[in-house]
Design a binder for this molecule. Sequence first.
Ligand code: FEO
Length: 392
Amino acid sequence: MKKIIVSNRIHYIGANDRRKALFENNWPLPQGVAYNSYLISDDKSILIDTLEFGSKDDYIDEIEAILQGKPLDFLVVNHMEPDHSSMIGLLLRVFPSMKIIGNNKTFKILEAYYKLNPGQFFEVSDGQELDLGYHKLKFVMTPWVHWPETMMTYDMTDKVLFSCDAFGSFGTLDGGVFDDEIDFETRYEGEMLRYYSNIVGKYSNMVQKALAKLDGVPVKFVCPSHGPVWRKDPMKVISLYDKWSKYESEPGVVIVFASMYGNTEKMADYIARLIAEKGEKNIIIHDVSKTHVSYILRDIWKYGSLILGSCAYNAGMHPMMAQLCHELEVAAPKNKRYSLFGSYSWSGGGLKMLESFSSKMSWQLAEKPVEVLGIPDHDKMEGFISIADKLI
Ligand code: FEO
């Protein structure tokens, strides 16, 4: 690989994973994912986060080529999740005297995962500093972004923030590593929001706390553990995460339906047309049985209005809609105006279950739901006029 320098003596040594189909064995990766790792070769050398095991077979060679015979003095474990920590064992075989930097929560989880010698642990607390020679690092505790032990490492010399999962994105780095080398809006913004809403969004209040800690701290580089590295406009990614973690949405309506034989789908198309006639241009319809929940969750996070519709299924809602509702309950996007609809053939249950779900969300009901028996012909759709009126 060509050397990739972030700033003085700071090397990017990450890996692209184009083989993994599902992140955390759950979230699709059609554009892959990058695991970012950074090596600072200073008077003291330090590696900031590792990679997922097996994602880069020449990782150790690359570290040795940069260190040129010097030992690796430290490894910072900003976050213990194995996509960043599972190369520790291999590193210790090559650099057995390496100290592992983490906080009091890190080591508990590290010991649960790996057989490590606690004598190698170097515990740091919030605000603690470490002098490497040219670079002076500070460790900042940012719990629950995205596990309880998560922290960030800040280089006070060159103003570099190693933020781990925060400011990360799905998507491999295809040649372009830095924000000024990529078409962010086309290639990454959607995947970044999908990553945020799927992985980090549940902890949005903790993201806000982390951002408050960074307030006023000069940042010239944002080096996350997934996705692009920011050097031209680091405030852009910080602002995006700020917006998403404050649940600020854009004008637009997401309509999600679950339909067995097409009747509930017709209702979705009907309400979408009414909304379009009101002048709304951002309308997205998702068939929950066809589109993976991760994309639907992303679009719901993005737009301010939401309509959910389900046919009745075994006296409840359709199982695919139930899965979406479960993910919504977990991630808990806020500040939504919503309505519901359903269809049934005899005793119903789809809409009732959607109502029970939505009562647990802190959303604002725009207008009462519509429920249709059998085929949704024109006479049965009047209620949708009022939903379109109130939602827009
Ligand atoms: Fe990229 Fe929470 O691990």
